[in-house]
Ligand binder design. Structure first.
Ligand SMILES: *Cc1c(COP(=O)(O)O)cnc(C)c1O
Length: 480
């Protein structure tokens, strides 16, 4: 064979399709897709991107790799080792077991818009509304696709064609292009700003409302940044009292939707929907997947008349959420009937409360797992022959901090114990190795160190982190 072009060893597609290993793949994935994968592999061989194997088994393993690679879904489960609890890029809140079960059950048929007692058509909007009322004290509630949608719906339903009064200090951008001035404009309302960046008083609102044609007052919770120093803002209850005189509705864009006392999480005060309702606002908007810890959704609670106007608006139909989301949100809300239980069962709340000592113990166990098997056999693949001393990762456990994330608690640092790997110039490459693991592990790097924070890793996933770290060990040669 010497001197011969190896590409001449590439067999005909039909010949390989008849092999038992190929028939197995066809049984699992279908003939047309496997044929296409085979052609892709042959194409790579002809182009010199893949070596041409010398044996039938070599072809089999290349095709299996191609099938595994091309068959990966686009949206994959990942292990979040960043320590950012509500990581928007990683899907925000991980859901409680109760929510996951309810969502799986709802994936079939359900009484989404069907009244089981009468057998007639029902309303999608009844689901979750009772629980939302119960937990916030509001007269009524409606659930839509996300928090931004809830704000847009509230503004559109109550204030389209009229002015919306917003404090200068609350002209915020939430992230993902959600900017208050643009949302007001998109709702077909005119923005009327009052006060200054650092101070807005009751009298500022009062003067503007007197001038007339105001559809709503919008108060925005500054959830993702902090102001300090010479500041003043008008309390919600004061605004409500002021607006009542002219019959102007007050909308509160609250953001997070924490349903328990933040003190129970060891965090500074975060306003709750119940507080806004008690203050007398007409509509409060909050997210389902921030500190509430449920699926992506937006909840509007408030006065019955205001909620009815929101439900009657065509935008509500455009923003409606699906049965699986409703089921997950309902199961999550149900956990809040007992706040203690909510804190134990809802992963985002539980993760926020995990003490640093516990994270340190888990980090020690993970590192012991890495060291114990670094010189072992098999796993990690290609790290060196069994019995050969394994490469060592320079790893240590250090004090660090985690973040709440999701645009909430911008200043809160949760004390943590993190695993730090000295990667030097290779930090990005090592992060890529962790992401190439199955399932991918997402960590962060800081000044040449790869940082793993187990706060956001479920304890049953610690073994995955250890295995991913071993795969870094397997990639680096002994002695650097
Ligand atoms: C996050 C947030 C929103 C948007 O909610 P999503 O669920 O992300 O759409 C709106 N307002 C405030 C104050 C927020 O913090």
């Amino acid at each position: 064979m010497t001197g011969q072009d190896p590409r001449r060893r590439i067999p005909g597609v039909d010949r390989l399709l008849d092999r038992p290993w190929c028939r197995e793949l066809i049984a699992a994935h279908g003939r047309s897709w496997i044929t296409a994968r085979l052609r892709a592999v042959f194409g790579d061989m002809r182009a010199g991107r893949l070596p041409v194997p010398g044996s039938d088994e070599g072809f089999a393993s290349l095709l299996r790799e191609e099938v595994a690679r091309a068959g990966l879904p686009s949206l994959r489960r990942v292990v979040n080792a960043t320590g950012v609890v509500l990581h928007t890029n990683l899907g925000r809140a991980p859901l409680a077991e109760e929510a996951r079960r309810a969502m799986a059950a709802a994936a079939g048929y359900g009484n989404v818009e069907f009244a089981l007692d009468s057998g007639r058509r029902g309303s999608r909007y009844v689901h979750c509304a009772g629980l939302a009322r119960e937990l916030t004290g509001a007269e009524d509630a409606v659930v839509v696709n996300n928090g931004a949608g809830a704000v847009a719906l509230a503004l559109t339903a109550l204030a389209a064609g009229r002015g919306v009064v917003v404090s200068h200090g609350e002209m915020v951008e939430i992230g993902g292009g959600f900017r208050i001035p643009e949302v007001v404009e998109a709702a077909g309302a005119q923005l009327v700003t009052v006060g200054t960046t650092n101070r807005t008083r009751r009298a500022d609102y009062a003067r503007t409302i007197e001038r007339g044609d105001i559809g709503a007052i919008l108060k925005v919770h500054r959830s993702n940044f902090a102001v300090s120093g010479f500041t003043e803002e008008t309390e919600l209850a004061e605004l409500v009292a002021l607006a009542a005189g002219s019959g102007t509705p007050v909308i509160h864009d609250l953001g997070s939707g924490l349903l328990i006392d933040s003190a129970a999480l060891g965090l500074p005060h975060e306003p709750t929907p119940a507080e806004s309702v008690a203050a007398g606002v007409d509509l409060v908007a909050f997210s389902g997947d921030k500190l509430l810890g449920g699926p992506q959704a937006g909840v509007l609670v408030g006065r019955a008349g205001a909620v009815a106007r929101a439900k009657a608006h065509p935008l509500c139909r455009a923003l409606r959420c699906d049965k699986v989301t409703l089921a997950g949100l309902e199961a999550t809300l149900a956990l809040y009937r007992d706040p203690e239980r909510a804190r134990e069962r809802i992963p985002a709340l539980r993760m926020i409360s995990v003490p640093a000592e516990e994270l340190r113990r888990r980090a020690e166990a993970v590192l012991a797992g890495v060291a114990g098997q670094a010189r072992g056999t098999g796993e990690g693949g290609g790290g060196g022959a069994a019995g050969e001393p394994g490469p060592r990762l320079a790893a240590e456990i250090a004090e660090g901090w985690s973040l709440v994330g999701g645009g909430t608690y911008p200043d809160a640092r949760l004390p943590s114990a993190v695993i730090r790997l000295d990667a030097g110039e290779d930090a990005d490459a090592w992060l890529a190795v962790l992401r190439a693991h199955d399932p991918p592990v997402v960590a962060r790097s800081r000044k040449g160190q790869v940082v793993i924070d187990l706060r956001t890793v479920a304890p049953h996933e610690d073994g995955i982190v250890a295995a991913a770290l071993r795969s870094i060990g397997a990639k680096i040669s002994p002695g650097g």
